[in-house]
Write a protein that binds this ligand. Structure first.
Ligand code: ADP
Ligand code: MG
Length: 371
């Protein structure tokens, strides 16, 4: 489509304070430029963090506003970006617009048709270029496509192409490495992959949650208590041995602790995980092994990166906002990763895990057959 207003769903889910330090921002620029070149106007849509849409706490809202990204994007595309705080007519002047954090409205997470219709009213057609959100049945991902001609964007297509390729060639041993903070999303994945994968190497919040499920003391560590009864404990008791009788679900044997919190995996664990990574032929990783942003707790994540970069035989996918950001801890990382044809970096964390496990993602199903 040309000479129209495009609603472009992008991924600007970037932590407050990390605005300038990110490849998510760079990733959306080519799609914006491509649309402008065709004579379109662009309205950028995204969510940011997990605000409570009914809360009146201004502070929380202002921290999660998308406003700071307007000048940053303007800088990168060399044209003004107008921030739009609320519904209304798109100004005549200007070519690129950034709409406020969609999750400030309760309709977004509820996939509410009325909210989707209001969003659709801002433009003439819709493009989804936010793979990382495609596992969520949200208004800007699913419901909006009922009201506008809808297309998959170039970033989304690239993700699907690469991940499909990966799925065609699953080889054993297959290892799934899971860490990070969004525990409930990730523990579910273990079930989906259970039959196919040979090893699950755990770190971060998911490892802590399994420690707690085993009854081990975890102090004030990041744990998802809601997972203990319904999910973590049954997984432990049902799936404690693999095909060869060898444990499949592997928890850290040592950890780093500070202020009563488990904040990283220990050296012995890195050695053990590196050994399994070395012999694996398919590797999927999402979630840093520890609080890598804090000095002294980055070694587990760095250790996993080193083991991954040393494996030239396996097919490897690494995904997730923070997981990819943690690559910057490796000296010369751009050079190292560029030369590695067997490693694909995905923008999705939870979405990538779900897609690779064979689950249908609501945001992708819409384009079924056309991607
Ligand atoms: P991704 O963005 O790669 O999908 P998540 O969003 O699930 O990953 O989680 C990333 C965050 O998890 C990082 O900011 C990291 O500091 C945090 N994290 C990892 N391990 C721990 C831990 N043991 N305690 C607290 N935070 C952790
Ligand atoms: Mg994240």
């Amino acid at each position: 489509m040309e000479g129209k207003i495009c609603l472009l769903r992008v991924d600007l889910n970037i932590e407050p304070g990390q605005e300038k330090n990110t490849n998510r921002l760079d990733a959306i620029i080519p799609t914006i430029q491509w649309l402008l070149k065709k004579g379109n106007k662009v309205v950028l849509l995204s969510h940011r963090g997990r605000p409570n849409p009914v809360s009146k706490i201004k502070n929380q809202k202002s921290k999660l506003t998308l406003k700071p990204f307007a000048p940053l994007i303007a800088n990168k595309i060399g044209a003004p970006v107008i921030f739009i705080k609320n519904f209304g007519k798109i100004p005549e002047q200007g070519k690129v617009f950034l709409f406020e954090n969609l999750r400030f409205w309760p309709g977004e997470k509820k996939n509410d048709p009325a909210f989707a219709k209001k969003l659709a009213g801002l433009g003439d057609f819709y493009i989804n270029d936010a793979f990382a959100v495609c596992h969520r049945k949200n208004a800007s991902i699913v419901a909006i496509t009922k009201y506008l001609p809808s297309f998959a964007g170039p970033l989304l297509k690239k993700e699907i192409k690469n991940l499909n390729q990966m799925m065609k060639n699953y080889r054993h041993p297959m290892s799934i490495i899971i860490g990070g903070a969004k525990i409930s999303d990730k523990i579910g994945i273990i079930k989906y992959f259970w039959r196919r994968a040979d090893y699950f190497l755990l770190g971060g919040g998911p490892a802590n949650t399994f420690f707690a499920a085993r009854g081990l003391p975890v102090g004030d560590s990041l744990v998802d208590r809601s997972m203990l009864g319904s999910s973590a404990s049954p997984i432990l008791s049902r799936f404690n041995a693999g095909r060869s009788g060898f444990p499949k679900l592997i928890l850290p044997v040592d950890v780093k602790i500070s202020d009563r919190k488990i904040l990283d995996i220990g050296e012995q664990t890195v050695k053990q995980y590196a050994g399994i990574i070395k012999k694996s032929r398919t590797i999927i990783w999402n979630g840093p092994m520890g609080l890598y942003e804090r000095r002294g707790f980055e070694k587990g994540t760095i250790g996993i990166w080193k083991a991954i970069l040393a494996n030239r035989k396996a097919q490897i996918v690494v995904g997730g906002g923070e997981t990819i950001a943690s690559l910057k801890q490796i000296p010369n990382y751009k050079f190292q990763i560029k030369r590695r044809k067997n490693i694909f970096l995905s923008t999705g964390g939870g979405a990538m895990l779900e897609y690779l496990s064979g689950k249908k993602l609501p945001g992708i199903e819409i384009f079924k057959g056309s991607i």
